[in-house]
Design a protein around this ligand. Sequence first.
Ligand SMILES: *Cc1c(COP(=O)(O)O)cnc(C)c1O
Length: 433
Amino acid sequence: MTYKIELSSDEVPKQWYNMLADLPVPLPAPKNSEGKDQIAALQLAFTKAGLEQEFATDRYITIPKEVRELYMEMGRPSPLVRANKLEEYLNTPAKIYFKREDSSPTGSHKLNSAIPQAYFAKKEGVERLTTETGAGQWGTALSLACNLLGIDCTVYMVKVSFNQKPDRKNIMHIYDSDIYASPSENTKVGRQVLAENPDHPGSLGVAISEAMEEALENEEVKYSLGSVLNHVMLHQTVIGQELKTQLEIAEEEPDVMIACAGGGSNLAGSLFPFIKDKIEGNSDTQFIAVEPSACPTLTEGTYDYDFGDSNGFTPMLKMFTLGHDFVAPSVHAGGLRYHGMSPIVSLLTKEGYIEPRSVHQKDCFEAGITFARNQGIVPAPETTHAIKATIDEALKCKETGEEKTIVMNFSGHGMLDLKGYASYFEGTMQNAK
Ligand SMILES: *Cc1c(COP(=O)(O)O)cnc(C)c1O
């Protein structure tokens, strides 16, 4: 029986895979909104390396030696595990594998992009990075990465999550960063939002605007985004490349691959190297993106140009969007409460390579609890979305008798999200939509 497939440290990929090189149709370029030049402002907000990678078309981009070493120090490669107990419990002929991105010290895949972003910032002489965070996973990862590389870090955390998850603040303090609940009094954008609505719950869009404002106004400060942009998708592809090697060792060809989608980065990271094969006609794996019904960007949004933030600091990106002023209901999966979606993930969905699906909050927590009771690991609320779809697919196999191989990206653990589980058990959890 297969339990887990581990790789050695020297099997950490030496290059990132760039999906931009293999897209079936070209990615629509970002554009300015009328009368503004947000594209020029990008130079002020982002590191040079980040921007260069954003538009790079090389198929593979070398991972700097220092970054690769930090990946190893922080525990990469991550294990691939066969969910034997869950299979048994579901009584399914399907084989279920999950890639353990929760095994990173900060508990999610986010460190895969935080490390290179902090590295390039340090190299370019940046003194401080600012960022947004939803559930807190990205803020935590960037705090650690900045600390490892010796630069300062300021995090704007969406207020509803800030209040739901006080331990997130504690862990970011441990890693020595400054944290503010967003909207905050720190920035013009924050003060304006608060003047209009003192009880604003915050949104990723507003938090991004606050963090970007600081970078636009201070030369020594740059802004770092934890998802959505092409260079973040690029960094995350260490997951999928490792996964390829691990599935080869297991002698498995995935029939179905599943990831949750907030801004698209864990999905991109785990799936892009496999979607490449499909585009080239060498596979017919099915790819499923799972999102909350409370924030149904891919399933109900429109594919159009929109800003990445609430204030219009970012250029307009062609993506699936619910509108940049969309404020999602306060579901516990804070990392999935974003109005937009990675332009590349959006395009691949539009072109039919990725199949989007939305699921309800309570069903996700139920699936997460089933997973924890069988496999031991308590999943992050975001990850429960992928688990729900995985269980649904495995149960379909039970009906049809198909022995499909289902591979899921386990984006993070929920040990700092136990309050969400508490509200499930207390019966106070609602399906926001
Ligand atoms: C941030 C986060 C997500 C959602 O973001 P993506 O960019 O879509 O991956 C999902 N799961 C976890 C654990 C996260 O921290």
